[in-house]
Design a protein around this ligand. Sequence first.
Ligand code: GLV
Length: 333
Amino acid sequence: MSQRPRILITCDTFPEIIDFAREHFEVVDNQGQAQSTPAQLRERLQGMDGVLVAGTDRIDAALLDASPTVRAVSIAAVGYNSIDIAACNERGILASNTPGILDDTTADLGFALILAASRRIGEGERYLRAGRWKRWENDLLLGQDVHHRTLGIVGMGRIGQALARRARGFDMPVVYHNRSRVDAAIEQALDARWLAIDELFATADIVCLCLPYSQAVHHLVGAALLARMKPTAVFVNLARGGIVDEDALIHALRHHAIAAAGLDVYEGEPAINPGLLDLDNAVLVPHIGSATRETRVAMGLCAARNLKVGLEGGVPPNLINPQAMAHPAYRRG
Ligand code: GLV
């Protein structure tokens, strides 16, 4: 009988995923442990056929070179900027992610941030808990309306579209920017109008980032785009921290060049730019876009299934890099 593939699950996960994985693989897990350091990860990958990672593990060329038995990398996330895909391609290593599962959950958080930043929810809670609420005041914590305001979505993929659907319930006109326009039928269904990015920043009352990270969009949102925003505007980032020049955002928030921001992602996360921490007009949450049990279980199972199919010599349903299968180094298993 051929040996079952060996896999490493680098992140804490739910029993459903461990059970599924144990049905198909020899599993080394990381339950209850702190995240591995890069050196520990290198050590633990020795002899593994596959690895299931969270977005916090960096998978780069040096790590792959030090782990020559690894044939498949599966990330339980939609964004895969933590994996060097070119390095996987050159080594015939399959890479897969979990698209389509977390769109609604992430769009829900997008709306939570839009509402919290616009209506000063975090600030209000801190005020109340600090015992500062003594009497009714006409202008206490006045915020921005959300309903009927123009929502500007940067990145009209699945998450952007889920956000646009929610905007209809708030009677919000939707404008969007995407490298290429989405199908006319989608634009029509969402009642969404394409704008150039600088026009979007000038037009929208609420700007929300929903685009994937790549070097091409590193610090895309900096002083120039922020300067185009209205002083009443709200900025939300659901995508990746590296798309935003945080110092420029902090400057805009501190000087009330924009009204507020809601952030789920940070350039150096989990480290936070200290300048953000003392801004009352920033709502900050720790990268919880997909964080409901249902969604995280579905993501984990999807990632484990991708690994199973890939390690059995098939094409994982969410394969990112078909090029790897055509590479001479590809090992079907
Ligand atoms: C979360 O950020 C993801 O990419 O799934």
